[in-house]
Structure formats: structure tokens, C-alpha cells
Design a protein around this ligand. Structure first.
Ligand code: PLP
Length: 389
């Protein structure tokens, strides 16, 4: 496990620029535009000859603090904040790809990301090949001369499959393509993809970065030069992060490390407990020695993270009973919150794919996913026990 970086001071302090009032906390600049001292200054700001704010679709001081702080945490040269995780992915592909380009993506990425690639991008002449997250041979075989981007998400949802970031980076670079990693589930507190060989990191800040289920947000991180086109798309097309949401998520970043550590610890304890339950057939969690990619996960992640899945014996009926007997857990597909959530993927997040596709992906009718929050693990166990008995 990688313990070589100290992220605590960065999470609470990076990026602060105080105004003339010398405020201690980060100021919230709710303003759509900025005023200039003169016609000459206005011209210089618009031409870019003089740095400074013009309009909040381009830059905003509160959004800038969020960008600086997340860049420090991910070890990135630059961060571009976006209105949501999906707009971060959209800005990445619009910034980097053109008609005729090809993408290789893990089959186990966020469902809406699959839709974006296969339904929307396809209309603009960008083709995507979906491959197994864990089979490097499939990634290698899918690469073509026109491949410009490899796209991975690790660990995956809901089965916690782990992609080998360093190996995928090598495959991408051999093909002169870029590797983008959606780091939503680990956050920089548990995994830093740029250090492992990725070129771009993507976040849905809606999840752990906020961490309390309040606002939507997203971010793209990487080299300054690589992000120029991403930023260019955002300032032109407009899905930028609002100053208010940036301010809320900044406050989330300050507690990110202790939340990720505490939620991971609870998840590991819950995973061990679930493995010992007679009604549970299998538990999916990267920090369990029984996980097929345990060694890889522990090399590239600081812990297993706060999401696990498990198969209940007895299929859908038994799984639904567990869900319906809970009193504490929230029955919702959302994750990354301090409140623990439970979902039945086959009839919710993965209900749009066919039963055959689900079976091929290993998402059975008895599978449940739990995104563990900050409740006591004994209370979470008691809540699950009622339906497992
Ligand atoms: C939620 C999620 C997204 C999309 O983020 P939004 O903020 O909802 O647009 C992308 N990737 C992953 C892994 C997610 O969980």
C-alpha cells in the first residue's frame, strides 16, 4: 500500500486565495460576471493578454480554489471543474476526440457512460469497443490505428472488478493513445491514477468528494496541455461547475480523507462478516483475500474502498427480502454518501440490459450492492441480518 503522500494539509488548505477581507474560510463568489477598471483592461482580459476573471462560464474564483485543491490531491498539473460527472466525461471526449477516432472502454463502467459512448458519440463518428475490465489481452486486441482513448473505471460497480492502471497506461501509450480513469470510487485518498500511468483522471464530485449527497459536480485532471481542449469545450459549450456547488464540494474535500478511511474500515469489517453468513453465497470486495484481484488492488489502492457487493442464496426473492427488511439503510442507487445505501442491481441500475448480458457480466438476481457510510458497522450488520436470517 502506498503511504508516501500526505494529503491532509492539501485537502484543507490547497488553493486558498484570500480577498481584501482576509477571510479564514473559502469565500463564495456568486457572480456571473466581473467588472473591469477600463476599456483597455476589458480588452486585455478578453484577449487573454492579462490573466483574470471575465465571466463565470470561463472562470470563477471559488471554482478556481476547488480546481487547485483537487489538482493538488490528484498530483495533476491542471484540473477543470464541470457541472457533473457526466459533463466531465463529455468534456474529455469532446476535447480529445474527433470524428473517425476510436475508443476502447471497459464494459463495467458507469451505465450512463456506456450510453454516452455507444449512443451519442457514435452519432458523431466516434466508435467505441467495450472490453473486459480485467483481461489485458482483450484491451490489446481492441486497439486500432485510430484508437485515441482508453477509458477505465476501477474498482467497477457493482462487482468491484479491478483494472490494472499501469498495464492499461502502457497499452495506451504504445498505441499513442491516452488512458482516462474514472476515479470516482476511490478518490485520490485511496488511488492516484496519474502516478500509476493514467493521462486523465475523471471525477463525479457528486459522490465522495461532496460526500454528503448535496450537489452535482465533476472534474477532469491531467497535464496542462492535454486539458486545453477540454477547457476550450467547457467554456464554449457551458457545462461548467457553479460557484455554489464548488464551495459545497470544497468543504467536502476537507473531510474526504477521514471519511474514506472510516467508510473503508467499516466496509472491510462488513465484508468479513458477510462472508461468514450462511445465507450469503459470495462477497465481492477488493480488500478480501478471496477477491480474484486482491494483490493488484492492494498494490494500486490504499484500501478496498467503501462499496461491496454480495450474492444472497435464493435469487431475487431472497435479495429483495434483505432490502425490504432494512430500517436503517437507504434503498437507493446513489453512493458516496455518509448514509449507507443498498440496491438490487438486476432490477435497478442494470435493469436496462438484457438478462443474458447481466448473466455474462456476473450480475445475478441474488446480487446486492451496499455503499457503506458512517453508521456503526454493528448497526449495518443488524439491519442486514433481519432479511438474511
Ligand atoms: C455517478 C457516476 C458518474 C456520473 O456522475 P454525475 O455527477 O451523476 O453526472 C460517473 N462515473 C461514476 C463511476 C459514477 O458513479
Amino acid at each position: 500500500m502506498n503511504d508516501s503522500f500526505e494529503l491532509d494539509p492539501l485537502a484543507v488548505r490547497a488553493g486558498i486565495e484570500r480577498s481584501q477581507f482576509n477571510e479564514h474560510a473559502e469565500a463564495l463568489y456568486l457572480t456571473s460576471s466581473f467588472v473591469f477598471d477600463s476599456a483597455a483592461q476589458a480588452a486585455a482580459r478578453f484577449s487573454g493578454a492579462e490573466p483574470g476573471n471575465v465571466y463565470s462560464r470561463f472562470t470563477n474564483p471559488t471554482v478556481h480554489v476547488f480546481e487547485q485543491r483537487l489538482a493538488a490531491l490528484e498530483g495533476a498539473q491542471r484540473c477543470v471543474a464541470t457541472a457533473s460527472g457526466m459533463s466531465a466525461i463529455l468534456a474529455t471526449v469532446m476535447g480529445l476526440l474527433s470524428a473517425g477516432d476510436h475508443v476502447v472502454a471497459s464494459r463495467s463502467i458507469f451505465g450512463t457512460t456506456v450510453q454516452l459512448f455507444t449512443k451519442i458519440l457514435a452519432r458523431f463518428g466516434v466508435e467505441t469497443t467495450l472490453v473486459s475490465p480485467t483481461c489485458l489481452e482483450e484491451w490489446r486486441a481492441a486497439v486500432r490505428p485510430e484508437t485515441k482513448l482508453l477509458f477505465a473505471e476501477t474498482p467497477s460497480n457493482p462487482l468491484t472488478e479491478v483494472c490494472d492502471i499501469a498495464a492499461l497506461g502502457a497499452i495506451a501509450h504504445e498505441a499513442e493513445a491516452k488512458l482516462a480513469v474514472d476515479n470516482c470510487f476511490c478518490t485520490p485518498m485511496l488511488q492516484r491514477p496519474l502516478e500509476l500511468g493514467a493521462d486523465i483522471v475523471i471525477h463525479s464530485a457528486t459522490k465522495y468528494l461532496d460526500g454528503q449527497g448535496r450537489v452535482l459536480g465533476g472534474a477532469v485532471l491531467g497535464d496542462t496541455q492535454l486539458l486545453e481542449g477540454v477547457y476550450g469545450f467547457l467554456r464554449t459549450a457551458g457545462p461548467t461547475l457553479s460557484a455554489f456547488n464548488a464551495w459545497v464540494i470544497l468543504k467536502g474535500l476537507e473531510t474526504l480523507k477521514i471519511r474514506m478511511e472510516a467508510q473503508s474500515q467499516r466496509t472491510l469489517a462488513l465484508a468479513h462478516w458477510l462472508e461468514a453468513q450462511p445465507a450469503v453465497a459470495r462477497v465481492y470486495y477488493p480488500e478480501l483475500p478471496s477477491h480474484p484481484q486482491h494483490a493488484l488492488a492492494m498494490r494500486q489502492q490504499k484500501s478496498g474502498g467503501a462499496i461491496l457487493a454480495f450474492d444472497v442464496k435464493g435469487g431475487k426473492e431472497a435479495a429483495w427480502r434483505v432490502v425490504d427488511k432494512t430500517r436503517l439503510l437507504s434503498i437507493t442507487a446513489n453512493l458516496g454518501d455518509t448514509k449507507t445505501t443498498i440496491t438490487h442491481p438486476a432490477t435497478t441500475t442494470h435493469s436496462r440490459v438484457t438478462a443474458e448480458q447481466r448473466a455474462a457480466a456476473g450480475i445475478g438476481d441474488g446480487l446486492l450492492r451496499v455503499a457503506v457510510g458512517l453508521e456503526a458497522v454493528t448497526d449495518i450488520q443488524a439491519d442486514l441480518s433481519r432479511g438474511l436470517g
